[in-house]
Write a protein that binds this ligand. Structure first.
Ligand SMILES: Cc1ncc(COP(=O)(O)O)c(C=O)c1O
Length: 489
């Protein structure tokens, strides 16, 4: 990363003021109930307890009935028993909740609660993909500000700006990209060309082409330090190109004087959230910095990155993965030109509609920091960071209580964006099964209906899994509940 530079925007306040947004309100409610010792987790553990004790309580009820019959007080005792248990408020939590499940006079509401719990207890929780749906509540709250209407006769031409090297780049999108980087202070843009792509996935393809020599019979080696983003090998080798080939973990790659290489540096890293620098520092190689997660909700900002080639994507910056828009900041005009050539051949440009939408989304985020607005929930990074902080705290607690798993630790650092010390909250949990009876961590989680991605896909061992932290609240809550139930005790 380049040297930290002080950002001068004075509108950045403390994280997490206000409660207008729905998910934020839920968050505050949850925090409140946690501090009163009646936390969400406790309630869910209680539900689990109720479900597991249901059978034995049925038996107890039958035994009680027999006793009551034998004492010739069947009806009287049955009714008095059900009345006292269903109305008592002093009964211990487990007894009253269990009674709700087992008593014949249980109301429809309780039955409904039971069936929801049953469905949840049995649900398959898919946290394999990094689908960033957790940001939806912010955009719901943003309402019309983030809505785009495109008249039928707009965006019809292939061309956006024929005077630009990247002729399919929408000028307004480019302006909003530069503006957001300036506000956040995570990348310099003045000396770079902006190349827009169909997600940063297309831009990685374009870069592999642009950085390869076409006049050689030796494919250039593509490497990244393990654990690396699991798509890099597939993106590189999918078309069996003669120009480049995947060569695995950069740390074990032997640099050979005559042959070149491309090292992809992902920072913060997918899957483990660590900050990365290139491991192969030699003139023979070319570096691609994938900065998809270098945004304030995930990690403290250490100043603007100033690399030759930097990749960003709205998928991870704002949560709009479906818009399929990424951008590369590229210093060298020849590399930028070759990338444009690749995109011409691959898709004759990039959807203008998507760029218009992405421009609006970026604009809403920047406006939330630059325009005077008393509503603090308009600050996207503060909102998202708070949600992630809450998720990480709950996950860490559940993992600790389980005694079978571990998570990476991160030290807090000064954030140049928020101007305060901040923790790291990666988009993925890189979880290790430390319990030696578990040989295949992914298989173990699959057996309890939690779908994750094995460390094997990232150049690491089967004792690791990657878990998305970006899913919708309900799925994530179920996951934390389930992991808490997997303890040794
Ligand atoms: C490190 C990294 N780079 C690139 C991508 C691809 O993003 P996009 O949706 O822009 O294609 C991802 C998606 O998960 C990623 O994690």
């Amino acid at each position: 990363m380049a040297q930290a530079q002080r950002r001068r925007n004075g509108n950045i306040g403390n994280i997490g003021n206000g409660s207008e947004c729905k998910e934020k309100e839920l968050l505050l409610l949850r925090e409140r109930s946690d501090s009163e010792g009646q936390g969400h987790q406790q309630q869910q553990q209680q539900q689990r307890l109720n479900l597991t004790t249901r059978g034995s309580l049925n038996n107890n009820a039958k035994a009680t009935m027999v006793t009551v019959l034998a004492m010739a007080m069947l009806l009287l005792l049955f009714y008095s028993s059900s009345t006292s248990t269903s109305t008592s408020t002093s009964t211990s939590a487990s007894t009253s909740a269990s009674t709700r499940i087992t008593t014949p006079s249980t109301t429809g509401t309780s039955d409904e609660a039971l069936s929801i719990s049953d469905a949840d207890a049995d649900a398959v929780i898919n946290l394999d993909h990094g689908d960033p749906t957790m940001f939806e509540p912010f955009w719901k709250n943003a309402g019309d500000k983030s809505t785009v209407v495109i008249p039928g006769w707009h965006t019809m031409s292939y061309f956006s700006d024929t005077s630009n090297l990247c002729w399919f780049l929408e000028p307004d999108f480019a302006n909003q990209v530069r503006r957001l980087h300036r506000i956040v202070g995570n990348a310099v843009t003045h000396a770079h060309h902006i190349i827009v792509g169909v997600g940063s996935t297309q831009l990685i393809h374009a870069l592999l082409f642009a950085l390869s020599a076409t006049d050689t019979h030796h494919p250039v080696s593509v490497v990244s330090a393990a654990p690396f983003y699991s798509m890099y090998p597939g993106i590189t080798d999918f078309l069996k190109s003669g120009l480049f080939r995947w060569a695995g973990d950069a740390t074990s790659f032997k640099v050979n004087g005559s042959s070149s290489f491309i090292e992809i540096v992902c920072s913060p890293n997918n899957p483990d959230g660590t900050l990365r620098r290139a491991v192969l520092s030699t003139e023979a190689g070319k570096l691609v910095h994938d900065l998809a997660y270098y945004w304030p909700q995930y990690t403290p900002m250490r100043g603007p990155a100033d690399e030759d080639i930097m990749l960003f994507t709205v998928s991870k910056a704002t949560g709009h993965a479906g818009t399929r828009i990424g951008w590369a900041l590229v210093r060298d005009a020849d590399v930028a030109r070759r990338m444009v050539k690749f995109i011409e051949m691959n898709s004759i440009g990039v959807s203008k509609d998507s760029q218009v939408r992405a421009a609006r989304i970026l604009q809403v985020i920047s406006d939330g920091y630059e325009l005077p607005d008393p509503d603090s929930t308009t600050r996207f990074f503060h909102f998202s960071r708070r949600l992630l902080a809450d998720r990480w705290q709950r996950l860490r607690r559940a993992v600790e209580e389980s005694g079978r798993f571990s998570l990476p630790q991160f030290s807090s650092e000064f954030c140049e964006f928020t101007k305060e010390h901040a923790e790291t909250y990666p988009a993925f949990a890189w979880l290790r099964c430390v319990d030696e009876s578990i040989e295949d961590c992914e298989g173990f989680f699959k057996s309890v209906k939690v779908l994750t991605r094995s460390g094997r896909h990232f150049g690491a061992g089967p004792e690791y899994i990657r878990i998305s932290m970006l899913d919708r609240a309900h799925n994530f809550d179920l996951f934390v509940e389930r992991i808490a139930s997997l303890g040794l005790g």
